[in-house]
Design a protein around this ligand. Structure first.
Ligand SMILES: CC(C)(COP(=O)(O)OP(=O)(O)OC[C@H]1O[C@@H](n2cnc3c(N)ncnc32)[C@H](O)[C@@H]1OP(=O)(O)O)[C@@H](O)C(=O)NCCC(=O)NCCS
Length: 402
């Protein structure tokens, strides 16, 4: 049966909509958490599903720009999606996805992106895996670099206030280098990345900046967890984020993190497979990279999305696109000279919109999609041709789950 879905009108509705996902994290959201979420989303971007007066589901979206090859585009950052357990598998999510994607389209955002709690949920709504992210755990004895590093910069601790000022330009530089980086507002920095949560009060996250050649060229946010067993340190250092604007700066901030005394293991999550760390380290095998899906991307307006990114290679390709959930995208598209237009020319590749979302940021190739039975190659060589167009010099990287 269809559910009414509309944006929340007040704090009370937002609270009940948020508690749909909150069900999975314990009790109702505390007041200060609500304040933060309302600030980040705005009431109007939190959709609630109603059965009568009862709220039975919620789906939120953040408003940001996402870096795409050669630029950035407005994107809905879909998050805090949930259905009350009393109403699961009755179409609540489907109704919320319908309302949300219509809203994203009406706002003129060509893209939507999300981190999926399970890989089986969002493909049917047109989202495809667009980046890979993985964890590593680096034992102290395996933390040497392959080539000794000559350190030229100086790392120093900074306060959260200073970090606001110093870290944002480094993050912005990353978004120029790599697709998949979302723009962070001051509110985001303050309430998400630099906020010390209550549970960290006794041992809070630390902020360090690397000064090199008169500028902040890298930063790191990390926590330490002390430990001692059988007379030996088992302490852990957990890197929440480490970003550099240049190869030297990235190497230096990592050398700093790996050299902190009395730490047995350094761990970090969400690294893309082409992160420089793997070649900096002498023994990358020992860090046991565990790769998983990262950002999922949905092209909401295919024409604007395809025309809104840059392409590495020239040439053209004709796509036959299927999009059952957003049929306005369906049909044949010709991509040439960086522009996507409707065409009657014969199709060369046929695919669903989720597969195009996978290829969009350059994180998955058309050849991989063809071999994974997600793309039909109707003309020999079309996948390779599309790949020379879509490939980007660095893989997409989204360093934070939103
Ligand atoms: C994921 C969740 C929101 C699904 O909500 P729901 O209202 O039960 O979903 P719907 O009834 O609208 O299902 C829509 C379709 O998705 C499928 N589906 C829903 N959840 C699924 C899951 N976890 N795995 C696989 N398929 C799923 C349904 O079978 C249905 O398929 P159909 O269209 O072929 O019939 C709900 O299970 C939930 O709240 N989970 C916990 C929180 C969570 O994971 N949120 C996502 C955060 S990214």
């Amino acid at each position: 049966m269809p559910f009414d879905v509309r944006p929340c009108r007040d704090r009370e509705e937002f609270t009940r909509a948020l508690y749909a996902i909150g069900q999975n994290f314990g009790g109702p959201p505390p007041e200060e958490m609500l304040d933060r979420w309302i600030l980040l989303h705005g009431l109007e971007r939190m959709h609630a599903a109603f059965e009568g007066d009862e709220i039975v589901g919620g789906a939120g979206a953040l408003t940001f720009d996402l870096s795409v090859p050669g630029g950035s585009l407005p994107c809905a950052g879909v998050t805090i999606v949930g259905t009350y357990p009393t109403h699961r598998r009755r179409g609540v999510l489907r109704a919320m996805m319908r309302a949300q994607l219509d809203d994203v389209r009406a706002r003129g955002e060509p893209l939507a992106a999300l981190w999926a709690s399970e890989e089986t949920i969002y493909g049917r709504f047109g989202y495809g895996v667009a980046s890979w992210a993985g964890d590593v755990s680096i034992p102290r004895e395996s933390s040497a670099f392959a080539v000794p590093l000559e350190r030229r910069g100086q790392v120093r601790f900074v306060s959260a206030e200073e970090a606001m000022e110093l870290f944002a330009p480094v993050w912005a530089a990353l978004s120029v280098q790599r697709p998949g980086v979302f723009s962070r507002s001051d509110t985001w920095w303050r309430t998400r990345r630099l906020r010390i949560p209550d549970e960290e009060k006794a041992n809070p996250r630390r902020f360090v900046a690397l000064e090199l050649d008169g500028a902040t060229q890298a930063y790191a946010i990390y926590r330490t967890k002390p430990g001692f067993e059988d007379g030996m340190s088992t302490a852990k250092l957990e890197v929440l984020e480490a970003i550099g604007t240049t190869p030297q700066a990235t190497a230096e901030i990592w050398r700093f993190l790996l050299d902190v005394d009395w730490i047995a293991t350094v761990s970090v999550g969400l690294l893309p497979p082409d992160h420089p760390l793997f070649l900096l380290l002498a023994t990358p095998r020992r860090v046991r990279y565990r790769m998983s899906d990262g950002l999922w991307v949905r092209l909401v307006d295919v024409g604007a999305a395809l025309s809104g990114r840059a392409y590495a290679g020239g040439g053209s390709v004709v796509l036959e696109l299927r999009d059952a959930f957003c049929p306005w995208n369906e049909g044949r598209w010709r991509l040439a000279g960086g522009l996507a237009e409707r065409t009657d020319e014969p199709a060369e590749l046929a695919l669903d919109v989720d597969a195009l979302g996978s290829a969009y940021l350059g994180g998955v190739t058309f050849a991989q999609l063809r071999d994974g039975l997600r793309v039909e190659e109707l003309v020999d060589g079309a996948a390779a041709r599309a790949d020379t167009m879509f490939a980007w010099r660095l893989l997409p990287w989204c360093p934070e789950i939103f």
